[in-house]
Design a protein around this ligand. Structure first.
Ligand code: ADP
Ligand code: MG
Length: 270
């Protein structure tokens, strides 16, 4: 791969990780939903403050299971998670907006149970709605009145209103068309730059992972386990389509990984 060596300078501020405390330490030894069927083998992952880490792998390999364990929504059969984040938010593939509540009420619902004053709630919701490109009128609409892309943006707005320092994303952009997806990438990246978020994202889209992350972990199935960790040597803001496709070629030059995604001879179109 041909990289401009200058690109390697000014790397996202991840150096000297070993001197910092991870914001999240995930240690799964084994996970099963049913005793006879192992879903996850040993998989450990430490995530440092400000990092964007993606987990990629074919459908059904256990990515969502791992993410749920990481987000403390699911107890691993064997393993443990140490989380040092103050506040976390989770965004799923399906938007999970409540259909009987307006966008405004949905966002407010996201803040329930958090000690945020009434006026602070309103301030945060207005800010998150504005960041996600909604106007006042949109806030009064029900999910059924919003397009698929708007619903997904609404769900991200709801997650961001929490002002989390740790964000879990489970294929949040897969239902969007390519233009909207790019808008979301930009929004997410500008958000991660403005605040000190840490992100753990799950996707089956290799290009998406390589476009948005500092580090990518590849998961293989039966049972789910990490087979490769890939630290991306180019700062996020310098990535473009060509560099990302070089990264993709590099990653898929590993025959195990190409196989995993059914991408042997991937340069051939058909
Ligand atoms: P991915 O997100 O990579 O597509 P999942 O973590 O959703 O994979 O699922 C991994 C495996 O675990 C699949 O075989 C799926 O059928 C199974 N599975 C997921 N959730 C449950 C559940 N709640 N109960 C039983 N099996 C499940
Ligand atoms: Mg999944």
């Amino acid at each position: 791969m041909m990289f401009d060596p200058q690109l390697l300078e000014g790397q996202h501020s991840l150096q000297a990780n070993e001197h910092r405390e991870p914001v999240l330490e995930i240690k799964v030894v084994d996970h099963r939903y049913h005793p006879m069927s192992q879903i996850l083998d040993a998989c450990s992952l430490d995530i440092y403050p400000g990092e964007i880490v993606s987990l990629i792998g074919p459908s059904g390999c256990g990515k969502s299971t791992f993410l749920k364990i990481a987000a403390d929504l699911l107890e691993p059969s064997d393993g443990n998670v140490i989380c040092r984040a103050k506040d976390k938010a989770v965004l799923f593939q399906e938007h999970r907006l409540l259909p009987w509540k307006t966008l405004y009420e949905n966002m407010r619902f996201g803040l329930r149970g958090r000690s945020v004053s009434q006026s602070e709630q309103i301030l945060r919701m207005e800010k998150a709605a504005q960041t996600m490109g909604f106007d006042k009128e949109d806030l009064g609409k029900y999910p059924s009145e919003l397009s698929g892309g708007m619903r997904q943006r609404a769900a991200l707005a709801r997650a961001l209103a929490v002002e989390p320092d740790l964000l879990f994303l489970d294929e949040p952009f897969s239902a969007l068309d390519i233009g909207r997806r790019r808008d979301m990438y930009r929004l997410l990246l500008s958000e991660t730059k403005n605040r000190t978020y840490t992100v753990l994202m799950v996707t089956h889209d290799v290009t998406e992972a390589l476009s948005l992350s500092d580090r990518v972990l590849v998961m293989a199935p039966d049972p789910g386990r990490f087979i490769k960790e890939y630290t991306i040597p180019i700062p996020l803001k310098q990535r473009n389509r060509h560099l990302v496709s070089d990264l993709e070629a590099d990653l898929l030059s590993d025959p195990h990984i190409a196989d995993l995604f059914n991408m042997a001879n991937w340069e051939q179109l058909i």
